[in-house]
Design a protein around this ligand. Structure first.
Ligand SMILES: N[C@@H](CCC(=O)N[C@@H](CS)C(=O)NCC(=O)O)C(=O)O
Length: 333
């Protein structure tokens, strides 16, 4: 006897409806968006500073909690490396748990196993997101700051008494206006822009984000034709902030976030610029290809439900000569 089955059109319609509804619910958890479907990143809530009366600069008092896949946390690791603060500020690495959707500490720390526990310890009843990076004060047992843009300014200036590269100023007074102008352009269009592409919940939001992203990359590529770094001859925090996004671009944003008009290594100047930054002293060890792939492909379920981690790309090309030395002479040594 012939088995009765549902008409195929109905199965497809039902499947699509259930799948799309689930996708929208999960996306709104993962990525809060505004009315037009644009991704909006929540504000960081701990905004104190090293140098305040409560948090004086000191060696081996403050600690960073980071995730190796995270571009925001990566900024803090790059500045710590460039300044030579490895023996001054300790690092605890957290890993994302795909089941629980939280950061789990690689080693128990301050009596906590997870990042949400650490946030609760800092502020009982805290209801915001528990994000990396975190700058932690071991003395008062609290979070000093959880905003990467501010943490890197502190790491650049407040620990020079102990830094092995204290002479390197990544945020010099004379360039601050220029650096801030770049930051204002690069954050929405590139740093957060790639997330706006990947987390877009409508075609219009995606189109807007990709247009802005690739227009800004083209603009920067043109500047880098004659300028070694964004603000001229010296590497600054603006470059660090751009670098951690560009390092991930061809690895995950190009494919997973659909930023696939062009790869960074296909740009005439941006490709070499990324190699230049990657090859600065002590920066390469902060770049963890496997963690980036694992953290993005393994944990953003609505974007990659099968959890398959792709085999590529190969990134050995980052070690190839960049040929940008002739643009200037001043590189941190
Ligand atoms: N504004 C923050 C953003 C940090 C951030 O969004 N970190 C992500 C990892 S890449 C995170 O920890 N997300 C966990 C969550 O949102 O629950 C910064 O730049 O420090």
């Amino acid at each position: 006897m012939k088995k009765k089955s549902l008409p195929p059109g109905l199965i497809v319609r039902l499947g699509k409806f259930v799948w799309t509804t689930m996708w929208q619910i999960m996306m709104s958890q993962l990525a809060p968006s505004n009315k037009t479907g644009d991704y909006q990143r929540p504000q960081s809530q701990f905004r104190n500073s090293i140098g305040d009366e409560k948090y004086p600069a000191a060696a081996n008092r403050y600690r960073l909690y980071v995730g190796m896949g995270c571009p925001w946390a990566h900024r803090t690791l790059v500045v710590r490396a460039l300044k030579g603060l490895e023996n001054v500020i300790d690092v605890v690495v957290a890993n994302p748990s795909s089941e629980a959707g939280i950061w789990v500490l690689g080693e128990a720390s301050e009596g906590c196993q997870t990042l949400p526990e650490l946030y609760q310890k800092a502020k009982p009843g805290y209801t915001g997101r528990s994000t990396v990076p975190v700058l932690w004060d071991t003395e008062t047992q609290t979070i000093v700051n959880n905003e990467s843009a501010e943490i890197i300014v502190m790491l650049n200036a407040q620990f020079n008494a102990w830094a092995t590269r204290s002479h390197l100023d990544l945020y010099p007074k004379a360039l601050q206006a220029d650096i801030e102008a770049w930051n204002e352009k690069i954050y929405p269009a590139i740093n957060n822009g790639v997330y706006r592409c990947g987390f877009a919940q409508s075609q219009e939001a995606y189109d807007r984000a990709t247009t802005e992203l690739f227009d800004t990359l083209a603009e920067i590529d043109a500047v880098l034709a004659s300028s070694r770094y964004l603000c001229g001859e010296v590497v600054t925090l603006a470059d660090v902030r751009l670098f951690t996004t560009l390092f991930r671009f061809d690895i995950v944003y190009y494919s997973l976030f659909k930023c696939n008009r062009r790869r960074i290594q296909d740009y005439q100047y941006l490709g070499a610029y990324v190699r230049d930054l990657y090859q600065l002293p002590d920066v390469a060890p902060t770049c963890d290809l496997e963690a980036v792939k694992r953290d993005y492909y393994g944990n953003l379920f609505p974007l990659n439900p099968g959890g398959i981690i792709p085999c590529g790309p190969e990134i050995e090309t980052l070690n190839l000569p960049h040929g940008r030395e002739n643009l200037t002479a001043s590189v941190p040594s």
